[in-house]
Ligand binder design. Structure first.
Ligand code: XIL
Length: 320
């Protein structure tokens, strides 16, 4: 039952200028995607700006293609994401909607998107990044929480469950690998929601790590406490970026450290009963979001631009 996944590149802000859609145009990419993974996630193709570009129009093209590809290759799919502060279309963020309208818009979106893929998605990231690093709800930049109040999060889970009772419904975030204010906030919120009978099935850590910072050694302890609530846990977006030396080529020492971070993350997940889904955020540096979003950092994935396997690739393979 343990699946190893990757994000499927496409639709990213960092890709549009530089590359045609790799999922469509890169044969080597599709070959590795089909052969090495048992789960796939849409890196962007199921986000609001991509799948719901106008109020009365959905664009399911790329999302459908990923779900079809997964079926052909006997892979499961993680859906990402339904309620988030980022990558929302301008019609939504800048629209002038009443509270009643906004609520109806979210409900219709969740019902439509989750319903379309019902039975085909193993796990949905229903709510993504709803807390800031201090553990405060994003009451300013998250349109849903700002306009509709925190109760909307529970509604999102209820609507998603109704649209696909088989999908496992997750909270997902970054900087929640270890025990800290942010993961504490999730722990408290989820306990509360479970008491109210809200259909929350899982808590997942993205795992955007950097060798600039130490490895979150309490990752397993953190997953354990959510496991003890009866939840599934998952690693959903692992990559391990590093400072790029002037030469552009990372040192052996950097590569060893990266491999170690990948391995320890996988080991932590394997050591927790309900952690059965482990996903890396892309496999080749060629299409990585990292160099565009983190200045001076890169080399975050398990294969180079040329699809050469790094020590991190072998570290994961040998750990499985
Ligand atoms: C990133 C994608 O990788 C980029 O292509 C896109 O331009 C921006 O978003 N947390 C998440 C992911 O939940 O959706 C983000 O993905 C990375 C951080």
């Amino acid at each position: 039952g343990f699946v190893v996944g990757t994000a499927v590149a496409g639709g990213g802000h960092h890709l549009e200028q530089d590359y045609p859609d790799p999922f469509t145009y890169d044969r080597e990419y599709r070959k590795v995607l089909a052969r090495q993974f048992s789960s796939v996630s849409a890196e962007n193709q199921m986000k609001w700006d991509y799948i719901h570009p106008e109020r009365d129009r959905y664009d399911f093209g790329q999302a459908d293609a990923i779900v079809e590809f997964a079926k052909r290759n006997k892979q499961v799919v993680r859906g990402h994401t339904l309620l988030w502060h980022s990558q929302n279309p301008a019609w939504l963020e800048e629209g002038d909607f009443s509270r009643t309208e906004l609520r109806a818009i979210l409900r219709e979106h969740i019902t439509t998107v989750v319903g379309r893929y019902a039975g085909r998605i193993q796990q949905w990231d229903v709510a993504n990044e709803i807390f800031d690093d201090q553990g405060n709800l994003r009451t300013q930049d998250n349109i849903w929480i700002r306009e509709l109040g925190p109760g909307i999060v529970a509604d999102a889970f209820r609507w998603a469950h109704k649209a696909d009772p088989r999908a496992k419904l997750f909270f997902n975030d970054y900087n929640v690998e270890g025990l800290n204010a942010k993961s504490d906030a999730y722990y408290t919120l989820i306990q509360d929601l479970l008491e109210q009978g809200v259909p929350v099935d899982g808590f997942s850590v993205q795992g955007h790590l950097s060798t600039r910072y130490g490895f979150p050694g309490d990752l397993k302890d953190n997953l354990d406490r959510f496991d003890a609530l009866g939840l599934e846990t998952a690693v959903t977006e692992l990559d391990v970026r590093m400072d790029l030396p002037e030469s552009g080529e990372p040192t052996e020492e950097q590569q060893r450290k990266q491999a170690d971070y990948y391995q320890r993350t996988l080991e932590a997940c394997l050591a927790v009963d309900g952690c059965n889904s482990f996903t890396i955020w892309g496999f080749t540096d060629k299409y990585s979001w990292v160099p565009v979003f983190f200045e001076g950092e890169g080399f975050a994935n398990v294969m180079t631009d040329e699809y050469e396997r790094k020590p991190a690739f072998y570290a994961l393979r040998d750990t499985l």
